[in-house]
Design a protein around this ligand. Sequence first.
Ligand code: TMP
Length: 209
Amino acid sequence: MASGTFISFEGGEGAGKSTQVRLLAQRLEELGREVVLTREPGGSPGGEAIRELLVHGAADRWSPVTETLLMYAARRDHVERVIRPALARGAVVVCDRFADSTRAYQGAGGDAPASLIASLEEHVLGGTTPALTLVFDLPASVGLERASARGGAARFESKGLDFHERLRAGFLEIARREPGRCAIIDAAASIDEVSTAVWGAVSERLDLA
Ligand code: TMP
């Protein structure tokens, strides 16, 4: 039986998740918890190899259904080799993106069928799902500007504003449907304000002290 705690961070491009994932991990470590800080796509050697296929190249290199299958191949490896073992030894797993990114990017942003994604969640994750998901919300145009200033792997950033607006709506819809698991974080605020909001949601909903 897993005894650890699984927290995921979600949201569009340029929302500042990676900074906040690190700040939360630091804070939990100061409380004496073992923290496994990880990310998707990636997080295990096999997952990172699949990530390389996904984040580089032309926007239309893969269709949304192919992307979904690659994301889930990477996710299964990550879950089997990193997340489940960490939860089993009582660690807090803090993951920069997880299954909601597939619902939003490939489902709401792209045209991967919701039934395919739901079936993969059920059969591939086998119940390994976050106890808390922080959904970073930001206008798509602001996030894209921040992301392009940062540089780096830009395949998904290049999909156009419409795509990014659909995926923002997709994330908000997930949070609306699953309020027990999800907390929306206003990612337009300052780094300090966002980190206070993240800690507020974590300490209110989880018993980690
Ligand atoms: P990152 O920039 O947050 O590391 O993520 C890499 C890209 O992969 C990002 O543009 C979002 C995208 N992505 C999906 O499209 N579907 C997924 O399931 C995941 C985990 C990420």
